[in-house]
Design a binder for this molecule. Structure first.
Ligand code: CAP
Ligand code: MG
Length: 418
């Protein structure tokens, strides 16, 4: 129609240079794939549905270009001046905003994005990264272990501290709050932090092992700052944030004040399933994980491939690579510790370590606290399963010298829970 100009945003001969590249999977609704590609590039850069009475030459240079169309996969190049330096919310308002709601598209998925060095230089990336976290904990030659007290919410402070003591004295390195545990009436944040830090002090004195606490500060940003300051006052190493429910702007604020406080950031990705699971519509976990890394988290959940949460092995491997590969476009962006969590128990540890190797934080909640002989036995069973893999012996063989591992295998065997 005379007033449309979407095809002005399509140029298959265009060769991008130093631009942000997005890869979309799109199903048009009654229009050609070229017109759909033009709509995506237009609405996510400078355009709208109709030609305009005024369009200065210099603004034409800000037009995004759909430069590659392969089946229903469209690649779009974005001039960097479209984006405010270091601003993740604004980036997503552009490349993941209105375009998801366009009637001309039946479905749209942002599959991947590639940042040029000029864009990445404005982001801090992780403060500590894998090497820094290992230094914080003094653990270099094995995966780190974490556990979330279960039931995930409900314990009061004393009950929580008791479970923490059992888990940490049983050999777990890291205690982690669950994603929906913050400061409920029966377990206020300040009290829980105080008690858990006392437990950590006690266990470190008793075992000589370093322990730490992924303390969930998720809340409004000013409140998160207060909670982080309290955590730093107690000498803990970490905060935990539910990055998607808190929001990307909040994550960037947390990164800033955690720099002042020298606190590492554990990123939980609760809510991602609302828009990552459908193959044809939404945003991929690869995009989420790349954003988390440039925003500067130190740990990031990436799935198990074998546990209760969705996410098959190839996806888990891809997400692990996004966390652990060197960032060649920006050397300063450190590597992120991948966290494997969700339905794990000792019987699945060989699978997890085959997937991840040593650079992984293995989080086991139910698989520790559901042990027939309680949390402490569950912690030891987990550590013994990891030792079995490192010693290159089977779990059954290891279980001959580990009652706790034997009992875990008797209860769960090698099941992959749903
Ligand atoms: C795992 C967990 C984690 C999930 C999150 C839970 O507990 O604490 O939040 O792993 O999923 O609440 O389910 P269990 P993901 O060890 O008892 O399963 O790691 O995929 O983001
Ligand atoms: Mg959880």
């Amino acid at each position: 129609m005379g007033f449309e100009w979407y095809l002005d945003f399509v140029d298959k001969s265009y060769k991008p240079s130093d631009e942000l590249i997005c890869v979309f999977k799109v199903e048009p609704d009654g229009i050609s794939i070229e017109e759909a590609a033009g709509r995506i590039a237009s609405e996510s850069s400078v355009g709208t549905w109709t030609t305009l009475s005024k369009l200065p030459e210099r603004i034409k240079r800000l037009m995004a270009k759909a430069f590659e169309i392969d089946g229903n996969v469209v690649k779009v190049a974005y001039p960097l001046d479209l984006f405010e330096e270091g601003n993740i919310p604004q980036l997503l308002s552009s490349i993941a905003g209105n375009i998801f709601g366009m009637r001309a598209l039946k479905s749209l998925r942002l599959e991947d994005l590639h940042f040029p060095p000029e864009y990445l230089k404005h982001f801090k990336g992780p403060q500590f990264g894998i090497e820094g976290v290992r230094e914080l904990l003094g653990i270099y030659d094995r995966p780190l272990t974490a556990t979330v007290p279960k039931p995930k919410v409900g314990y009061d402070v004393d009950e929580y501290a008791e479970v923490a003591y059992e888990a940490l004295s049983g050999g777990i390195d890291i205690l982690k709050d669950d994603e929906n545990l913050t400061s409920q009436p029966f377990i206020r944040f300040e009290k829980r932090l105080e008690k858990v830090m006392k437990v950590i002090e006690k266990v470190e004195a008793e075992t000589g092992e370093k322990k730490t606490y992924l303390c969930n500060i998720t809340a409004e940003t000013e409140e998160m700052r207060k909670r982080a300051e309290l955590i730093a006052d107690y000498g803990n190493e970490y905060v935990m944030v539910d990055i998607l429910t808190a929001g990307w702007g909040a994550v960037q604020t947390v990164r800033d004040f955690c720099e002042e406080l020298s606190l590492a950031i554990h990123a939980h990705r609760a809510m991602h399933g609302a828009f990552t699971r459908k193959e044809d519509h939404g945003i991929s976990l690869g995009v989420i994980t790349k954003l988390a890394r440039i925003a500067g988290v130190d740990n990031m959940h990436v799935g198990t491939g074998v546990g209760k949460m969705a996410g098959e092995v190839p996806e888990v491997v891809k997400l692990k690579e996004i966390c652990t590969s060197q960032c060649k476009e920006a050397e300063h962006i450190k590597r992120v510790f991948p966290v494997s969590s969700g339905g794990l128990h000792p019987g699945l540890i060989p699978d997890v370590m085959r997937l991840f190797g040593m650079d992984v934080i293995i989080q086991v909640g139910g698989g520790v606290h559901g042990h027939p002989n309680g949390t402490k036995a569950g912690a030891k069973a987990l550590r013994d399963a990891i030792d079995a893999v490192i010693e290159k012996v089977s779990l059954e063989e290891k279980a001959e010298q580990s009652k706790e591992l034997k009992e875990a295998l008797e209860k769960w065997g090698y099941i992959s829970p749903k």
